[in-house]
Design a protein around this ligand. Structure first.
Ligand SMILES: O=c1ccn([C@@H]2O[C@H](COP(=O)(O)O)[C@@H](O)[C@H]2O)c(=O)[nH]1
Length: 237
């Protein structure tokens, strides 16, 4: 399993969100060495599939962010299908429940010591309290994140995806055990876009994030490598 980063650039995970494999390869080549891990998400995987993971893996370990969410048998099968791609991290939605998380953990263990870190997505960082209420959850995002996080870790998740606004709460309640991978991160002055629960890179790490995920502020920059380097320079060790 991938080790927790010691600090600095190793904490940074740029999100390679593009449907164009050639652009993804160019971004991966430019960003390798300025980050610890590269993220392949739904846009790139749906456009280019396994070859995209292979292409990005040539430059850095891959966080395969597919947010699996289905019945336990199907999620376990999906995990088994993904293992030959050797992702360093894989996501699934905590909302799939404990049996789904446990089935995914069993499936991931087939890869032995080299298995991917299994990360449970709690409440998407694009959701504010009103969006959460619209799904029938009256609690605050923080309360729901904590509820899902406790359940997912007990069921076998190695770590959690949360916003920077819940990282300190999860560290206080769950301790140092679960890895925390934190999107919704914005350098000061960057547009939030559709992200609702945000903080800066340094704030996210100070709150307890092991890794931070940053997409558009890097990929939308005129010089993505320089943008990544400037974010990495703000990250404490
Ligand atoms: O709760 C979540 C879970 C995953 N993501 C992913 O992270 C990146 C963020 O991209 P930005 O351009 O920095 O907003 C993106 O790939 C999401 O799918 C998330 O944002 N929130």
């Amino acid at each position: 399993m991938i080790a927790r980063p010691a600090g600095g650039a190793a904490r940074l995970i740029p999100a390679i969100d593009t449907g164009d494999l050639a652009r993804a390869e160019a971004l991966a080549a430019a960003l390798a060495g300025r980050c610890g891990v590269l993220k392949v998400g739904l846009e790139l995987f749906c456009a280019a599939g396994a070859p995209a993971v292979a292409a990005v893996t040539r430059h850095a370990p891959v966080f395969l962010d597919l947010k699996l969410h289905d019945i336990p048998n199907t999620v376990a099968g999906a995990l088994r299908s993904l293992l030959p791609l050797r992702p360093a991290m894989v996501t699934l939605h905590a909302g799939g429940g404990p049996a789904m998380v446990a089935a995914a953990r069993d499936a991931a263990e087939r890869a032995g010591a080299d298995r991917p870190l299994l990360l449970a997505v709690t409440v998407l960082t694009s959701m504010d309290a009103a969006a959460l209420a619209a799904t029938g959850v009256a609690d605050s995002p923080a309360a729901q994140v904590l509820r899902l996080a406790r359940m997912a870790v007990a069921a076998g998740a190695d770590g959690l995806v949360c916003s920077p606004q819940e990282a300190a709460l999860l560290r206080a309640e769950l301790g140092p055990g679960p890895a925390l991978v934190v999107p919704g991160v914005r350098p000061a002055g960057s547009a939030a876009g559709d992200q609702a629960r945000t903080a800066t890179p340094a704030e996210a790490v100070a709150a307890g994030a092991d890794w931070i995920v940053v997409g558009r502020p890097i990929t939308g920059a005129a010089d993505p490598a320089a943008a990544a380097a400037s974010i990495a320079a703000t990250l404490p060790g």
